[in-house]
Ligand binder design. Structure first.
Ligand code: SF4
Length: 299
C-alpha cells in the first residue's frame, strides 16, 4: 500500500465529500485558450478544484511553475526556473476577460534566483490587470523576498494590490521540517512591513493544520499575526499532495476548526476563515467582499 493510498483511506468523513463537479476542470479549460495561464490550483493539487472551478474561480501562478525552495509540504516542482515569461500578462488578461473575473488572485513560486525576487514582475502583472480592467480587485500571495524590504516595497507601492497575503504556513517549531529555507520571524516581518508601508492595505496570512502543531503554538501564531495588524487569517487541514511530501499527523475536526476561529477572533484578528478545506486563496473574493461590507456573491 502506498502512502497516498493509506492517506486516502484514513481520510475522515468530513473530508471525503467535497462540493463541486469532478469535470469542472475540463469545463474551465474549455473556456480558456490553449495558452491558459498556470494555476496554483493545478500545481499544488488543491482539493477544492471541483468547487472553485465550478464557480469559475482560480488562482493564477505567475513567474513559472518551478520553485527555488523545496518546502516539504508543497508539490510545486523544485529546481532552476526559467526567466519570467514576457507573454504571461496577455494570457492572464485573456483569462480574466473570458472568465469575467471581478477579483483576481495571483501567486508565484519563490524566485530567489532573480535579483528582485520577482517583485517587478508582480508590478507588471498587477498593474497590467488594473490598467486593462480598472474595476478588478487583485490579491497577491507573495513569497518573502528573503526579507528584502526594497523588493516588498516595490510590490506594495508600485503593484498596489488590494490584498497582500503572505502565508507563515506553520508554527515556528515546525519550520525546520516543513519550511526549510524560510524563517518564521522573517515571514512575520514581511507582514508587519507591508502594513507599515501602507496601513490601508489589507494583509492576510494562513497556516496549515495537521503537521504536528499544538493549539498553544497556533495561538502564538495568532497573537504574532495580530500584533503585526494582520487583517485576515486562514486555517485549513494539510493534505499530503504527493508521497514525497510530509505525512498528515492529525486530522483536525470541523469543531476544532470552529474553536480555532473563536480563539483567533478573541485574540483580535478581524477576519478569520477556518475549516478543513479552507486554503489561503479559497473564496478570496468572498472574504474581501465580506470585509468591504458587500454581499457575498457565493452565498
Ligand atoms: S482554493 Fe485556491 S488554490 Fe484551491 S482550487 Fe480554489 S482558488 Fe485554486
Amino acid at each position: 500500500m502506498t502512502s497516498q493510498t493509506s492517506d486516502r483511506q484514513r481520510l475522515p468523513e468530513w473530508l471525503k465529500k467535497r462540493p463541486g463537479k469532478l469535470n469542472a476542470s475540463r469545463t474551465l479549460s474549455n473556456k480558456l485558450d490553449k495558452e491558459a495561464p498556470n494555476t496554483i490550483c493545478q500545481e499544488a493539487k488543491c482539493p477544492n478544484r471541483g468547487e472553485c472551478f465550478s464557480k469559475g474561480l482560480l488562482t493564477f501562478m505567475i513567474l513559472g511553475t518551478v520553485c527555488t525552495r523545496n518546502c516539504a509540504f508543497c508539490s510545486v516542482r523544485h529546481g532552476r526556473p526559467m526567466p519570467p515569461d514576457k507573454g504571461e500578462l496577455d494570457h492572464i488578461l485573456n483569462a480574466v476577460d473570458r472568465l469575467n473575473l471581478k477579483f483576481v488572485v495571483l501567486t508565484s513560486p519563490n524566485r530567489d534566483d532573480l535579483p528582485d525576487g520577482g517583485a517587478s514582475h508582480y508590478v507588471h502583472i498587477v498593474q497590467g490587470i488594473k490598467t486593462a480592467f480598472p474595476h478588478v480587485k487583485v490579491e497577491v500571495l507573495i513569497p518573502d523576498f528573503q526579507g528584502n524590504r526594497d523588493d516588498l516595497a516595490v510590490v506594495v507601492n508600485e503593484a498596489k494590490p488590494d490584498v497582500l497575503n503572505h502565508n507563515v504556513e506553520t508554527v515556528p517549531s515546525l519550520y525546520t521540517t516543513v519550511r526549510k529555507g524560510s524563517l518564521y520571524k522573517r515571514s512575520m516581518d514581511v507582514l508587519a512591513a507591508a502594513k507599515e508601508m501602507n496601513p490601508k492595505l489589507l494583509t492576510k496570512t494562513g497556516i496549515m493544520m495537521g503537521l504536528g502543531e499544538t493549539v498553544e503554538e497556533v495561538e502564538t501564531v495568532m497573537r504574532d499575526a495580530n500584533e503585526r495588524k494582520v487583517d485576515i487569517m486562514t486555517m485549513g487541514q494539510y493534505l499530503r499532495p504527493d508521497k514525497e511530501n510530509l505525512p498528515v499527523e492529525k486530522y483536525w475536526s470541523p469543531d476544532e476548526f470552529d474553536d480555532l476561529k473563536k480563539r483567533a477572533q478573541d485574540i483580535g484578528i478581524r477576519y478569520v476563515f477556518s475549516g478543513p478545506l479552507v486554503r489561503s486563496s479559497y473564496l478570496a473574493e468572498h472574504v474581501f467582499d465580506d470585509l468591504s461590507g458587500k454581499d457575498n456573491p457565493f452565498a
